[in-house]
Design a protein around this ligand. Structure first.
Ligand SMILES: *[C@@H]1O[C@H](CO)[C@@H](O)[C@H](O)[C@H]1NC(C)=O
Ligand SMILES: *[C@@H]1O[C@H](CO)[C@@H](O)[C@H](O)[C@H]1NC(C)=O
Ligand SMILES: *[C@@H]1O[C@H](CO)[C@@H](O)[C@H](O)[C@H]1NC(C)=O
Ligand SMILES: *[C@@H]1O[C@H](CO)[C@@H](O)[C@H](O)[C@H]1NC(C)=O
Ligand SMILES: *[C@@H]1O[C@H](CO)[C@@H](O)[C@H](O)[C@H]1NC(C)=O
Length: 273
C-alpha cells in the first residue's frame, strides 16, 4: 500500500518535471492580467494547460478539454498586425506524451518523428480528419490570427487545440465584425488588452462523437490604459448569427448559470466588473 503510494508520488513528480502541458500556466502567466487565470469553475474533468509554444516563443495560453477535444478557453494579448495567414494545421505533441516536444507541429511531422499513427495523435485531441466534411460549421479560432502580429504568431493560432466547431454564418457574420471592427474600436487608448475567449460545451458532437460542438462562444477583455482599467464582454449562441454585448459581471453571471458549478471569475479583481 505504502509502496503504491510512493510510486504514485514518484510518477507525479516525473510527470510534473517534464512538460509544458500539465498542471498550470506557470510557464506563461504573461497572457493573463496580473498573471491570474480564470478560476477553476470552468475546468473540465480532464484538463490540459497548454502554453502555446511555436518557433522559440510562447504566443498564448489554452485550457484544453481532452475528453471533448475542444479548448475551454484561450487567453492572449490583443496585438493585431501584419503577417501571412497560414494554410496548414498543427497539433500538440505533449497531449500525446508529456515527454514529446513542446513545439506544436504538423501531424505528418509528429507521425514521422515519433513513429505513431494519426489515431494515436487523436487520442486526446482533435486532428485534421475530425474537421473534414463539416456542414454549416467552420474551424473557429479562440485566439484568432487577426489579433496577432507576425508570421509565426499567426501560424501559432492554427493549431487544433485552439479551434472549436463554430457556426459558419456566425463566424463569417457578427462574430467577424466583433473580432475585427468592435475590438479595434473598443481597444482605442488601451496600452495592453488581455483577452479570454471561450466556448461552452454543447450537447452535440461531430466526427463520430469525437469533437464537441459548443453551445455558446464568448469573449471578455481587460484593457489597461495609462490611467485606468476597463472591461467588456460578448456572448453568442453557436446556432445564431447574433453577438450580444455584456459587462464582465453579466458574462460571469451567464457562464455561472451555463456551467452550473459555482461562481465564475474571469480576471483579477483590478479589471472592473
Ligand atoms: C512572412 O511571410 C511572407 C509571405 O510568405 C514573407 O514574404 C515575409 O518575408 C515573411 N516575414 C517574415 C518576417 O518572415
Ligand atoms: C478588418 O477587416 C478588413 C477587411 O476585411 C481588413 O482589411 C482589416 O485588416 C481587418 N482589421 C483587423 C484589425 O482585423
Ligand atoms: C501613455 O504613456 C506613455 C508613456 O508615458 C505615452 O508615451 C503615451 O502617449 C500615453 N498614451 C496615452 C493614450 O495617453
Ligand atoms: C448557423 O446559424 C444560422 C443563422 O442563425 C442558422 O440558420 C443555421 O441553422 C446554423 N447552423 C448550424 C449548423 O447551427
Ligand atoms: C455592441 O457594441 C459595439 C461597440 O460599442 C457596437 O458597435 C455594436 O453595435 C453593439 N452591438 C449590439 C448588438 O448592440
Amino acid at each position: 500500500m505504502l509502496g503504491l503510494l510512493l510510486l504514485q508520488v514518484l510518477a507525479s513528480c516525473l510527470w510534473l518535471g517534464h512538460s509544458e502541458v500539465v498542471k498550470s500556466f506557470a510557464s506563461c502567466p504573461q497572457f493573463f492580467y496580473a498573471g491570474i487565470p480564470p478560476n477553476i469553475v470552468l475546468n473540465p474533468k480532464k484538463p490540459a494547460w497548454i502554453c502555446q509554444h511555436f518557433r522559440n516563443s510562447y504566443h498564448y495560453a489554452t485550457l484544453y478539454d481532452r475528453d471533448r477535444r475542444i479548448p475551454v478557453y484561450s487567453a492572449y494579448k490583443y496585438q493585431p498586425g501584419p503577417g501571412k495567414r497560414p494554410q496548414t494545421w498543427l497539433a500538440e505533441p505533449q497531449l500525446i506524451n508529456p515527454t514529446y516536444s513542446k513545439d506544436m507541429d504538423t501531424e505528418t511531422s509528429i507521425s514521422n518523428r515519433y513513429k505513431i499513427t494519426p489515431q494515436q495523435i487523436g487520442q486526446s485531441q482533435a486532428i485534421t480528419q475530425d474537421y473534414k466534411n463539416l456542414q454549416g460549421l467552420d474551424r473557429g479560432h479562440l485566439s484568432p490570427s487577426g489579433h496577432r502580429s507576425g508570421n509565426n504568431s499567426k501560424m501559432a493560432t492554427f493549431t487544433l487545440t485552439n479551434i472549436v466547431p463554430q457556426n459558419s454564418t456566425l463566424n463569417k457574420g457578427q462574430w467577424k465584425d466583433y473580432e475585427n471592427q468592435t475590438m479595434a474600436q473598443r481597444t482605442q487608448g488601451c496600452t495592453t488588452t488581455y483577452v479570454i475567449r471561450g466556448a461552452v460545451p454543447g450537447n452535440t458532437y461531430i466526427s463520430n462523437n469525437r469533437v464537441n460542438v459548443p453551445s455558446h462562444i464568448w469573449s471578455a477583455a481587460c484593457c489597461q490604459t495609462n490611467t485606468t482599467m476597463r472591461t467588456w464582454a460578448v456572448i453568442a449562441e453557436n446556432s445564431r448569427n447574433q453577438v450580444q454585448n455584456l459587462t464582465r459581471a453579466q458574462l460571469e453571471a451567464t457562464l455561472t448559470q451555463l456551467y452550473g458549478r459555482g461562481q465564475v471569475s474571469l480576471f483579477h479583481s483590478a479589471c472592473p466588473r
